[in-house]
Design a protein around this ligand. Structure first.
Ligand code: ASP
Length: 339
């Protein structure tokens, strides 16, 4: 083996890419993926990086991924960190953006690429997009340019904690509407150097997540917030509020603010995100967002809901004091928001 050959660890967690048709629809099948990989000529060429596959048991549809599996992926990367140059996490598309965001916070001072990918069509079917996604992800995971958690899909490399699943049926399922693509994989792999995260000072460290009670609340016209009062109790550590436009909520004749105020007084960290995939929260631009400022809610700026959820888990697992969590929630930690 050539001494400079890069080593990539692929971690298969489940998801469409390695699924097979079952009695009740597609389901992950042990070893289906490893067999398919053996037949991918590009991965087995002398010029390809060396790779190994580690398959989780059980394999999951990503709708079943929880904090427990995020920790398992994080631990697997940490345990093999010194032995590989990069990592590819093969994952279902449904919650891939959440896992990408979670790993971006969990893997502190990362100085190697971690690429999440999957497929819309399983490898066992014709026209599977999994082939391109795996081959390019392995090449990207062997790149010296990347030291962050990314998501690769359909020719495009995205920052993991900026990505969101936008389509359930297009092959281009993901985008990062508030951040430039990190690279395009056309005839050449073209990196957008200015968009890449720079290496952080300090040693690599894994921060596992705790199962923190948090919530996501999407406002809609006519929302009867009093119905939510019973769940906005002291037990809830943080809430991501998905508001209209630039951070607006229904104002008059509505019990929203008192409920939010009460939650805030009991230590709950309220983060304001927007229902618009593109653009940022700008609290105070409209009268309908003034109340949120008074209640002490934090602006999530242009963060995705996926990133805000993962960040709440991370910060409450890392810091005991809600005031510290609140302060850091509005700050840019891993390129997840534009301040
Ligand atoms: N339900 C599947 C999953 O998220 C969808 C996919 O992988 O595309 O595991």
């Amino acid at each position: 083996m050539c001494p400079s050959k890069k080593k990539v660890l692929m971690i298969y967690t489940g998801g469409t890419i390695g699924m097979v048709p079952g009695e009740h629809g597609y389901t992950p099948s042990p070893e289906a993926l490893s067999k398919a990989l053996e037949n991918i000529r590009d991965l087995n060429q002398p010029t390809a990086p060396t790779w190994e596959l580690l398959e989780f048991h059980p394999l999951l549809d990503s709708s079943d991924i929880t904090v427990k599996e995020w920790n398992k992926i994080g631990r697997t990367i940490a345990e093999h960190y010194a032995s590989y140059d990069g990592f590819v996490v093969l994952h279902g598309t449904d919650t891939m953006a959440y896992t990408a965001a979670a790993l971006s916070f969990m893997l502190e001072n990362l100085d190697k690429p971690v690429i999440l990918t999957g497929a819309q069509i399983p490898l066992c079917e014709m026209r599977s997009d999994g082939y391109d996604n795996i081959i390019n992800s392995v090449l990207l995971a062997a790149s010296d340019k990347l030291c962050e958690v990314c998501l690769y899909f359909n020719g495009t490399l995205l920052r993991g904690n900026r990505s969101t699943k936008l389509s359930s049926d297009r092959l281009g399922a993901f985008d990062s509407p508030n951040y430039p693509h990190l690279a395009e994989c056309g005839i050449q792999i073209q990196f957008h150097d200015q968009a890449l995260l720079q290496p952080q000072a300090g040693p690599f460290r894994l921060q596992e997540f705790e199962e923190i009670p948090i919530g996501v609340l999407k406002v809609f016209p006519g929302i009867q917030l009093q119905l939510f009062e019973s769940i906005m109790t002291k037990k809830l550590h943080g809430v991501v509020l998905e508001t209209f436009g630039a951070g607006n909520i229904p104002s008059s004749q509505n019990a929203l603010l008192p409920v939010i105020e009460k939650a805030h007084r009991s230590g709950c960290v309220l983060t304001v995100c927007s229902q618009c995939p593109q653009g940022a929260v700008s609290l105070g631009t409209y009268e309908t967002s003034q109340g949120l400022i008074r209640t002490g809610a934090v602006s999530g700026h242009d963060m995705t809901t996926e990133a805000a959820v993962a960040k709440l888990y991370y910060l409450f697992s890392r810091y005991a004091d809600p005031e510290t969590v609140k302060e850091k929630m509005g700050n840019n930690l891993r390129g997840e928001l534009t301040q």
